[in-house]
Design a protein around this ligand. Structure first.
Ligand SMILES: Cc1cc2nc3c(=O)[nH]c(=O)nc-3n(C[C@H](O)[C@H](O)[C@H](O)COP(=O)(O)OP(=O)(O)OC[C@H]3O[C@@H](n4cnc5c(N)ncnc54)[C@H](O)[C@@H]3O)c2cc1C
Ligand code: FES
Length: 351
């Protein structure tokens, strides 16, 4: 008998012994990071960065395929017994010797996952992972001049880039309320001391919000620089407008952590037919939030329309895409992204 046939027979025997569970269920308990298991990671450390931000060090399981600087990873975390998925930019360099990856999370008021990771996550905790993804990355050919324009936790994907690749001429403009809120401040200042970075910190509590027109004074050659920008919608919208006005929009790369909601309309009664729940929803709240609030198990990922982790059949009625205002009506096979869709009248979501 070949060794493959022997293995298959041994596995069948194990299946008989472990029924009703599968042998792999037991293996998940003793060796969750093994090859072939659902991709998981083990939190190995949590390092505070600022009063409300922390870096979480994760050892991914065998199936992890690595990442490109600037990409993000979807993480499934159990908070009060419920598995919640969120996206976090990877802040470790791609060549980290110990194979671990880091994410850096800023706790936001009432944020379920961010507060859990920053304030309560303990080493040894298992999290579920997806492969790294995202196109907010550096090009293969090194640009001559680079500008990083960031605010708050928007510094995270850029830190992944700064740690990964050195450029000859890099300028960074970063906004945070006060100096002590600047995540990675010591490391940034070390790079400045080594002349690897020119940095302007804008402290919005004292300087006010960054008026994008100030770039002329802060970085006079900004329009010549390949630029990566990440921060709140106001900053990114203003940057996109400015770069377009100067006809250099192809030099601007942006990453948003939240969708730009532009259109809302009338809501309606939402039925989650598989769960048997019906609730009233306004026309501005994403159906993902409506479902979660009602206690319906809703799949999700980035919560901003880019990962398709929330896609769900629309059984009846109509929904509005909050980014464009476009209405989608139910017909067989129609799928919607619940994180960027709101009720547009009565509707039935297959959850
Ligand atoms: C591609 C991508 C990369 C990301 N990278 C990072 C990262 O590196 N570090 C990081 O800290 N976060 C990052 N985020 C944001 C992160 O995914 C979560 O949205 C954030 O941690 C809030 O989740 P929560 O569960 O704590 O909040 P929730 O419980 O989902 O929301 C609580 C309240 O806060 C509001 N809210 C949700 N998200 C935000 C937000 N980002 N800013 C302000 N208010 C919000 C909600 O509308 C709600 O009212 C990224 C998001 C994306 C899409
Ligand atoms: S959760 Fe990512 S697209 Fe909806």
């Amino acid at each position: 008998m070949t060794s493959a046939a022997l293995r298959s027979r041994a596995w069948k025997l194990l299946e008989m012994v472990t029924t009703p569970l599968l042998p792999s269920d037991y293996l998940d308990l003793v060796s969750p990071l093994r090859a072939g298991a659902d991709l998981c990671g083990r939190i190995e450390a949590v390092h505070p960065e600022t009063g409300d931000a922390a870096t979480v060090v994760i050892r991914p399981g065998r199936g992890w395929r690595g990442h490109t600087a600037g990409q993000y990873v979807r993480i499934g975390v159990d908070v009060d017994g419920v598995r919640l998925w969120r996206a976090y930019s990877i802040t470790s360099p791609t060549n980290r010797q110990d194979g671990r990856v880091t994410i850096t999370v800023k706790a936001i008021p009432d944020g379920k996952v961010s507060n859990h990771l920053v304030r309560r996550a303990k080493p040894g905790t298992m999290v579920q992972l997806d492969q790294a993804t995202g196109d907010f990355v550096l090009p293969e050919a090194k640009p001559a001049k680079v500008l990083y324009l960031t605010a708050g936790s928007g510094i995270t994907p850029v830190m992944g880039m700064l740690r990964d690749i050195e450029f000859d001429d890099v300028v960074m403009v970063h906004c945070a309320p006060q100096p002590q809120d600047v995540i990675f401040r010591n490391e940034l200042h070390d790079l400045v001391a080594d002349e690897k970075l020119r940095l302007t910190e804008v402290h919005t509590d004292t300087d006010g919000m960054l008026d994008i027109a100030r770039l002329d004074e802060l970085v006079p050659d900004w329009a010549e620089r390949e630029t990566w920008a990440c921060g709140p919608a106001g900053l990114l919208d203003a940057a996109e407008e400015l770069w377009s006005e100067y006809g250099v929009q192809e030099r601007l790369h942006t990453e948003r952590f939240r969708p730009s909601i532009v259109v809302a309309g009338d809501g309606g009664e939402v039925t989650f037919s598989a769960t048997g729940k019906t609730v009233d929803a306004d026309g501005a709240t994403p159906l993902l939030d409506v479902g979660e609030e009602a206690g319906v198990l809703m799949p999700s990922g980035c919560r901003m329309g880019i990962c398709f982790g929330c896609v769900t059949p629309l059984k009846a009625g109509a929904v509005r895409d909050l980014r464009t205002g476009e209405i989608t009506e139910a017909e067989p096979g129609v799928l919607i992204q619940t994180c960027v869709s709101a009720a547009a009248g009565p509707c039935d979501i297959e959850r």
